[in-house]
Design a protein. Structure first.
Length: 191
């Protein structure tokens, strides 16, 4: 999916959604001032949300949602390319550009309408034959991290869950292969 989308305007957003499991509002509320490409970190400090009919940047709903996440090289590369693309959009927009410091703004710098993200995702998922909602990219990230054996407390911090109980309750379901391996180890021990 990420290879197929490398030329898409929102490629970096999809990379962060799948690689870091960020929520839609966190992605759309992300400011460049919270991204340090040299150190390879991203800090979730704001969330784009509709309040009273207007899009506003608000604090994340819980303290654990505020977090600093290390950026893997794929994310750094995607963000650098996105920065260049955004500079071209800014130049093309000219006087219409409204600087908000957002990583993923509209083509004129204003906050990106969350429904437009859903609308842009629908043709992508159909083209790729995916039966996933945008939010399912977050679920995929968290599930893959757990399947890779990443400790629950680490997954909790990456995902911004309030406690590891949320992570375990929602995502910790053992695959048939994991169950087969576990029962195989038990059988070996008993034999």
């Amino acid at each position: 999916m990420l290879k197929e989308l490398r030329d898409h305007r929102l490629h970096a957003l999809y990379v962060l959604a799948l690689l870091l499991g960020m929520r839609r509002g966190e992605l759309l509320g992300l400011r460049w001032s919270a991204v340090d490409l040299e150190r390879g970190t991203l800090t979730v400090l704001t969330n784009l949300q509709r309040v009273g009919g207007e899009l506003r940047l608000v604090l994340p709903k819980t303290r654990s949602s505020e977090r600093t996440i290390p950026l893997p090289p794929l994310a750094v590369s995607a963000l650098r390319a996105h920065q260049e693309r955004q500079a071209q959009e800014r130049a093309a927009a000219g006087m219409a550009w409204q600087e908000n410091g957002l990583v993923f703004p509209s083509r004129i710098g204003t906050p990106y309408e969350p429904d437009n993200l859903r609308r842009s995702w629908d043709p992508v998922r159909k083209r790729l034959g995916l039966d996933l909602r945008f939010h399912d990219l977050r679920h995929t990230c968290i599930t893959l991290l757990l399947d890779l054996g990443v400790p629950v407390h680490v997954v909790q911090q990456i995902a911004g869950h309030s406690d590891h109980g949320v992570t375990m309750q929602v995502y910790a379901h053992a695959s048939l292969d994991e169950q087969r391996k576990a029962l195989g180890r038990l059988e070996d021990r008993l034999a």
